[in-house]
Structure formats: C-alpha cells, structure tokens
Design a protein. Structure first.
Length: 419
C-alpha cells in the first residue's frame, strides 16, 4: 500500500493512478478520515498528558484536594478510553481504504481499462509451419495415453487433470529443471506450503479484492494460495533485514490452487485453466532503489525467457496495461507462448515490480548503509508453471505421427529424443 504521507503529498498522482487502474476508492474520503484519526490521536495524547500532570501533583496537595484531583484524573482517563475506541474503529476503516489505493504505475505502461490495451514489446521464435493437420494437446494426450482427463472429473470435478506415464514424468522433471536453472542464477530454492492465513493474503495484496478467487478452509482459518508469492511475502514480515543481506532471492516451489471464479467459457479445455497446478516462482526483496528494481525486473524477465528459448517455444513479451496489471503493480510484463491449436499466444509467465507497495503491507524493512530503516522493494515472476506450459510444449513439438519430439534441453531428462 502507499504511505499516508505520500498520498497527502501526491494526491493528484494517486487520483490519476486510481483512474487509470479503474479502482473504486475516493482519495477525499480517505484523507478526511485520515484527518479525523490524527485529530483523535492528538486529543488522546493531550488527555493522557493531562492525567499524568494531575497524578504528578497528587503527592504535593493537601489531603482535602486529593479527591478532586482523583476525579479529574479519572475523567481524563475515561475520556481517553472512550476516544481510543473511536480511534480503533476509524483506524480500521482507514486501513481498509488505504489497502485499496493502487500503486502508481510505470509511466511507460499502456493506459487502458483491460487486457485489450496491452501492447506487444517483442516476438521471439518462429511459429511452426506444419505440413500436416496438427492436433491440439488433448488429442495428443489421448492418442498417447498420457492422462485420464475424463475419469478424474468423476473424482474431483471439472478443471482438474491427471497425467500419467511419460507426461507425468515430464511434468515432475520440468519443475526440477526449472529450480536448477533459477538456482544457478543465484536464487535459493525454497518449498513453501499452499495454506496460509488471511493476513498473508493481505500482505501479498490478493486480499481484500480477490477473495472470491481463493479456496477457503474455514474450519482452520486458512486459505489455499495460487502462488508461492503469498508465503514468500510474509516470510520476512515484521523483520528489519540488514542491508548486507540484500537482495533476498528465492525460487519458491509449491502446489497452487485457484477457483478461477468468473472465467466460465474461457479456454477451459484440457490443461487450460485448471484449479490445481504446480509452479516455480522467482521472488526478490531488494533495496528501495528504482534503478535496482528495474534491473531485477529485467533479470527476472530474462530468466523466464531463457527457459522458453531452451524449450524452443515461440513467445511474445507483453507490456501490461494499467487496467490489467492489478492494484499493487508498478510495472508488469506478461510472456505469452504460442499455442497452435488456438492460433494465438497464451500467457504462461507474469513478471511484476511492486516497489514498496507490498513491503508496506507486509512490514518488510531493511537497514541501509546509512543506518536508516526503509521499506524494501519486492518483485516476482513465474519461472515455470505446469500444466500450463505443457500445452505449448506438446503442440509446438508434435510430429505427423502424433508423437512429441522433445527440445534438446529436455532429452537427457527423459532419456530419449521423444516423449
């Protein structure tokens, strides 16, 4: 979230961010409430000071005056307690409003309300030109008996998947391959649970706006996360990290869960838009320096692109519009991989810079070389997510006889040229 001092000093920029990100929150309401909260704090402090001053005089006055001083001290304390209740209520509302204020977007982000305003930065790799009628990934899977997509629906409902044989091996080995590549780049592999408390989702920024997309476990006061970012953001919550320990670099691995609420009818066939998946997530905590954040953004994006290059999957890099990037993002680049059966690119990676918006929510701070404590910057990017990546991988590398020829980078993993 943005600091109240920043909002007061930059009201015009904040209101512009609210407009271009299409957020329903009024800065005027927030600032009015902020004024009321500050006024209450001042009054409470004055009452406490008055009570302390009365108490300090108590020992020096005549016995007959002590009853009156006691009454005055009690009245001041009672009034302070009454105002503290009002303060707690108003502070809760103010914090709720503050959490809905979006980050100021990067000046280069396309302005628009939704994904139709996203722009293509560049396109990499040649789209395959098949000299035969290509199959979609579901037909390839069925032809090679690589899954039980229909049977699993009877067990777990729609939008679930059940891989088997060589494809099940490929999925597990792909995640290990991704972890190895990110670790070689200096990131610490880390496994995190999929379950987290509500506060972790508030820290990360998914709540309060996207509760409907999240599976709840009400008996345990827990939710299922759709990304390792949820746990990783709160891993250092409340800490002051020494500057020489930065940057903190994680390659987070976890099972992930998303309800996909509101996405009915949107490319739900086969392995597209499933409720449960696995993912390796790149995560960075660095100094509050815009240039350093930009450098890490480029590195995260480059690592994801290097994987698609190694997998020999054509892709394009997208500059995400203000209305599509989400509340906390300063800048967001999606990577979309070519899916032959759809005749278009589909998002497989998402790279985000949040500056200190997320760290303020999670209270992640660091001590700089000058000794000052500041909120850190955070970034994240998909390294690899499955089964999403399997769709372009299978379809782009299929052969005329319905087999799939593995890219060279994976052949040693599976012990052969074909899946």
């Amino acid at each position: 979230m943005l600091g109240l001092d920043f909002i007061r000093a930059n009201r015009e920029a904040v209101e512009r961010a609210i407009e271009v990100k299409n957020v329903d929150v009024r800065v005027g309401d927030l600032l009015t409430l902020d004024g009321e909260v500050r006024s209450l704090k001042t009054e409470i402090e004055a009452l406490r000071a008055e009570r302390n001053a009365i108490s300090a005089r108590f020992k020096d006055v005549a016995p007959e005056e002590r009853a009156e001083l006691g009454r005055q001290a009690k009245d001041a304390g009672a009034r302070a307690s009454e105002l503290e209740n009002d303060l707690a209520e108003k502070q809760g509302v103010l914090t709720g409003l503050q959490m809905r204020v979006p980050n100021i977007p990067w000046e280069g982000a396309p302005i628009g309300p939704d994904e139709s305003y996203n722009t293509v930065v560049r396109t990499e790799g040649a789209v395959p030109a098949f000299d035969f009628e290509p199959l979609d990934h579901v037909a390839l899977i069925e032809k090679n008996d690589w899954a039980d997509l229909s049977r699993i629906v009877q067990v777990s409902g729609s939008r679930q998947y059940c891989l088997k044989g060589r494809l099940a091996l490929l999925e597990t080995k792909l995640m290990g391959w991704a972890l190895d590549r990110i670790a070689e780049a200096g990131f610490t592999p880390i496994t995190v649970p999929s379950m987290a408390r509500e506060q972790a989702f508030l820290n990360q920024g998914q709540f309060p706006g996207h509760v409907e997309e999240t599976y709840a476990l009400p008996n345990d006061d827990l939710y299922l996360a759709g990304t390792a970012e949820v746990a990783l953001t709160s891993l250092h919550s409340g800490e002051i990290i020494e500057g020489d320990k930065l940057p903190v670099l994680y390659a987070g691995y976890s099972p992930c869960f998303r309800r996909e609420a509101g996405s009915a009818g949107k490319d739900v066939r086969g392995l597209l838009r499933v409720h449960q998946f696995i993912k390796v997530e790149q995560y960075v905590i660095c100094e509050a320096d815009d240039a350093q954040s930009a450098e890490w953004h480029a590195k995260l994006l480059g690592l994801a692109e290097s994987m698609l290059t190694a997998l020999e999957i054509p892709y394009q890099v997208i500059e995400t519009s203000t209305g599509d990037m989400g509340l906390g993002k300063f800048r967001m680049n999606d990577i979309e991989s070519w899916v032959p059966s759809l005749g278009k690119y589909r998002e497989t990676h998402s790279c985000s810079t949040l500056h200190d918006w997320q760290a303020r929510r999670a209270n992640i701070r660091y001590r700089g070389s000058d000794g000052k404590v500041r909120f850190a910057h955070t970034l994240n990017n998909t390294a690899l997510a499955s089964p999403r990546i399997l769709v372009p991988l299978l379809e782009n590398h299929q052969t005329e006889d319905g087999r799939v020829k593995l890219p060279k980078a994976l052949q040693a993993l599976l012990g052969g040229e074909f899946l």
